[in-house]
Write a protein that binds this ligand. Sequence first.
Ligand code: HEM
Length: 203
Amino acid sequence: MRRKISIAVATMIAAVFILFAPANASLVSANSQEVSYEVKEAGSNNTSVADGYFIKPAKLTVENGKNFLEFSLKDADYVKSLSGPHGAVKVISDSGNKRVVKLQVGDISNPIDLQMHIVVPEEVAGRPYDHNHKARMVVDTEGVDLSALAAADKKSDDQKADGDKDKDNPKTSDTTPLMMYTVLMVGSVGVMVFLWRRRTASE
Ligand code: HEM
């Protein structure tokens, strides 16, 4: 008897969990991929001093038709500002010397112009160091499929929009599992009550 009641309770709990699980839990975003890159001097193909402070790889993301690179900076305290052709980086997180930033980059098949303000303490640099520098970020585009990333971004946007629409006006088919679980839940409660009443009647 106890076992039957436990099964009924377990079924009910499972039904409640499934019932209230977020509708968009299955949404997977594939609009980003890792890319390697190098920071080169502004006026030559030589590797820039800055390259050692830019951690690889970066995460390339396409959002609403715009390309972004997200990457970390080492010794970020020295980097007072950093911007690209579309403006300053957005700081995603900043913990001590490591800063994660996101930069809108435009066309990644060409070098991306960077401007930065760098201040290094004299005891570290060995001399006063407060410079506005220029450099270029060169992305390794091999294996990068921008149109696939854009398509994945559009798909996830469409799914989100559908999700929002469904909240206001749920499609008939979407209510089917809801009804099924409600029936399941009511059924479980019924079984429990039935078993409980039979037990109390036999006592
Ligand atoms: C201990 C720290 C650093 C030292 C000793 C140092 C030293 C130097 C030196 C000697 C130059 C050659 C031109 C000049 O004298 O201005 C230079 C240029 C440059 N530095 Fe620094 N630097 C340091 C930190 C940084 C940091 C943190 C960044 C950026 C994240 C940076 C970015 C640049 C850039 C972009 C140039 C222009 C030439 C190039 O692209 O290589 N530096 N640095």
